[in-house]
Design a protein around this ligand. Structure first.
Ligand code: GUN
Ligand code: ZN
Length: 435
């Protein structure tokens, strides 16, 4: 017996058969009159609309006209507790953490506050078409409980971890090496694999952990090698100099993590802007992932990520808003920033590459390549429906388009949540645009 009626989403359909950084835009699959059949939370079929309608006459039809149906966006690096301090003025990384971030994060021992912010953040994400996020919480286990409870209630595939810090942070935001290990272990037991949730071992970054804490988390990861481990790497030059002074014996920033058991194919490093040749070679050898956070990198003044160079040498790269260092909840705005950052380095990233990064690329950076971030039979039915003429300015430009990419690029560059007609999670609509 089937749990739910099958549903047929009809419109233009965009999916990927490969990585457009390696294969070019031909890696994309575009159906102008296509459809996606969803059943019991998964994609049951993908193809021509008329054929799928004929083959599944009982399916509930959702006809979106010429709107674009895509995999939902995957935001591979956010700090949900920073939702309330997004767009805080005038600082660079270390100052910004001390002035804005840490005082706000100190409030997340209050479960009611954590729950309210987690719900606000996830509802904003869904309104922007993002169906999977990978978030840092705070040092408080309650902050992880709040985030996972909110994601579970929404049926989302979501990642999070307790953000561990035992030095260079205010008293009320420090744990210890042992508490980081014990709390993380208890949270893994409570949440790992519940619904669509995934626990991520989360040392904030090298400067806020003692060697003992990094080693404790490295040991925990060795006990749970299937989990991801997330942290920050080489975001700002001042930060790198600080890491060098705190860990004088390390060859470089990446070496700090490696020396404490925190480097492997399941490592997900935010930023990675100012990497040495050795670090790049080692990342590639290990197969760890980098996450590009372009609105954040511009907003905090961090630098220009070498997207083309890193992809060209075979690195795994995802894309993220980095809320609240990032200045937008929108993966459209984030793609636009990635385009602009690459232009400042002399490279024009193709719209197919940008869209892939925000969906399949991010999913694969999180080890979810076969589950979300693309449209294919058997994958989880997390989808977004995009209006390619969501504002008069976008509409008049798209009207001149000669192909899909010209039609899509104005939405990438100028779009926001007004372009998101509907967001679907696990085969059901969860957000519908107002009006
Ligand atoms: N490095 C360490 N913590 C943070 C954070 O919260 N945001 C960003 N952008 N970088 C960090
Ligand atoms: Zn971050």
């Amino acid at each position: 017996m089937q749990d739910e009626p099958s549903r047929l989403l009809v419109g233009q359909v965009l999916s990927f058969a490969g990585d457009p950084f390696a294969e070019g835009p031909v890696a994309a699959r575009h159906l102008t009159q296509g459809a996606v059949l969803v059943q019991d939370g998964r994609i049951a079929a993908l193809g021509d609309a008329a054929a799928l309608k004929a083959a599944h006459p009982g399916a509930e039809v959702h006809d979106y006209g010429d709107a674009l149906i895509s995999a939902g966006f995957v935001d591979a690096h956010i700090h949900y507790p920073q939702t309330g301090i997004i767009a805080s003025w005038g600082k660079r990384l270390i100052d910004w953490l001390n002035t804005y971030t840490f005082p706000e994060e100190a409030r997340f021992g209050d479960a009611a506050h954590a729950c309210a912010v987690a719900e606000t953040c996830l509802d904003l994400m869904l309104a922007h078409g993002t169906t999977t996020v990978c978030s840092y919480a705070t040092i408080h286990p309650e902050s992880v409980d709040a985030f996972f409870a909110a994601a579970l209630a929404r049926g989302m595939r979501a990642f999070a971890g307790k953000t561990c810090m035992d030095r260079n942070a205010p008293d009320d935001l420090r744990d210890t090496a042992q508490a980081a290990y014990d709390d993380s272990k208890a949270l893994i037991a409570r949440w790992q694999g519940v619904g669509r949730l995934e626990y991520v071992i989360t040392p904030r970054f090298a400067p806020t952990s003692t060697p003992a804490q990094l080693s404790a988390l490295g040991a925990l990861w060795a006990e749970h090698p299937d989990l991801l481990m997330q942290t920050h790497l080489s975001e700002q030059v001042e930060e790198i100099a600080w890491v060098q002074s705190l860990f004088p014996q390390a060859r470089d920033y990446l070496d700090v993590y490696e020396a404490h058991g925190l480097l492997g194919p399941g490592a997900v490093f935010g930023h990675g802007i100012h990497l040495s040749a050795r670090e790049r070679a080692r990342l590639r050898e290990v197969g760890a992932a980098l996450v590009h956070c372009p609105t954040s990198n511009a907003f905090i003044g961090s630098g220009l990520f070498d997207l083309a160079g890193l992809k060209g040498e075979g690195q795994r790269v995802g894309l993220a808003t980095d809320i609240g260092g990032g200045s937008s909840f929108s993966m459209l705005r984030t793609m636009a920033a990635a385009y602009e950052v690459a232009q400042l380095r002399g490279v024009a990233v193709h719209p197919a590459q940008l869209w892939w990064l925000a969906t399949a690329g991010s999913a694969s950076a999180l080890g979810l390549g076969g589950q979300v971030g693309n449209l294919a039979e058997g994958m989880e039915a997390d989808l977004v429906v995009i209006d390619l003429a969501s504002t008069p300015a976008i509409g008049q430009r798209a009207a001149r388009a000669g192909d899909l990419w010209e039609a899509l690029f104005p939405t990438i560059m100028m779009g926001d949540e007004r372009a998101v007609v509907e967001t679907w999670v696990a085969g059901r609509p969860i957000h519908r645009r107002a009006g």
